[in-house]
Design a protein around this ligand. Structure first.
Ligand SMILES: Nc1ncnc2c1ncn2[C@@H]1O[C@H](COP(=O)(O)OP(=O)(O)OP(=O)(O)O)[C@@H](O)[C@H]1O
Ligand SMILES: [Mg+2]
Length: 237
């Protein structure tokens, strides 16, 4: 079953294409890494899926429904780009942050979200008392606090040290494998996600390629995506 379907999507601003003729079918349970240079339209793609912006042409469907209809009953988890680096001076606690943005979250789901990201013991701390990695986990717990079937992450490992990054990747793997959450994650951390993601989307205004990471992370595609680079760090085993 398709969790997300994008058909013939065009999105433009001031007559210039930000995304052009995007067609994608993302299966339920997929773990998709989205890569592409700065300005490729990656964040825009997530915002289209969330229904925050509407395409000029084409259609987005979440489990066969338009985003606005789907979101009446379900929620989609979302970690905006750099959110934990920009919003942290608010004097709110982890607990308040995780509950924010929702009308109501069950106690079970709330505790589950804190447990999954291993931050139960931090619940009474305010955001400014946390390290960058802990703040990121708090925002991630917020993203999953409604137990969404779809989770969209915009550069979740940016600004995170290697140990915290490995922990985070391990947790995302659990969310995908054990809880069958469909995960789309935008990343510049290609070497890492080549091992984690089951599927890679290379985006550069258009879909450059989509499929198996091992096939896609070959030089011919990377050259199309990042033409100015001849060497690319994708072979770290
Ligand atoms: N509201 C807006 N007004 C004008 N241009 C915009 C707007 N939103 C996005 N763009 C343009 O659309 C293009 C794609 O932006 P987007 O943020 O989706 O890229 P990205 O792939 O996420 O880049 P990055 O890797 O830097 O986060 C950029 O050229 C950006 O300047
Ligand atoms: Mg972006």
């Amino acid at each position: 079953m398709n969790a997300i379907t994008l058909s013939n999507i065009d999105y433009f601003i001031n007559h210039s294409f930000i995304l052009e003729d995007i067609n994608l079918e993302i299966n339920e349970g997929c773990y998709l890494g989205i890569i592409g240079p700065n300005g490729a339209g990656k964040t825009t793609l997530l915002r289209l899926i969330l229904g925050i912006i509407k395409p000029n042409r084409g259609q987005v469907l979440l489990y066969g429904q338009k985003p606005a209809d789907y979101l009446k009953k379900e929620s989609v988890g979302y970690l905006p780009q750099r959110i934990s680096q920009t919003i942290y001076e608010f004097p709110i606690t982890v607990e308040e942050l995780v509950r924010s943005g929702y009308d109501k979250i069950s106690k079970d789901n709330f505790e589950w979200a804190l447990d999954v990201f291993r931050i139960s013991q931090l619940r009474k701390k305010t955001m400014r008392e946390l390290s960058g990695g802990e703040r990121q986990k708090a925002f991630l717990a917020r993203a999953i606090a409604s137990k969404p079937r779809i989770l969209l992450l915009d550069e979740p490992t940016t600004g995170i040290d290697p140990n915290s990054r490995d922990e985070l990747l391990q947790i995302l793997e659990i969310l995908n494998r054990d809880f069958c959450i469909t995960i789309l994650t935008v990343t510049h951390d290609i070497g890492t996600f080549a091992h984690e993601a089951r599927c890679i989307l290379c985006l550069n205004r258009k879909v450059v390629c989509f499929g198996d990471p091992q096939k896609i992370l070959k030089d011919e595609y990377m050259g199309m995506l990042y033409p100015e680079h001849t060497v690319f760090p994708h072979n770290h085993a």
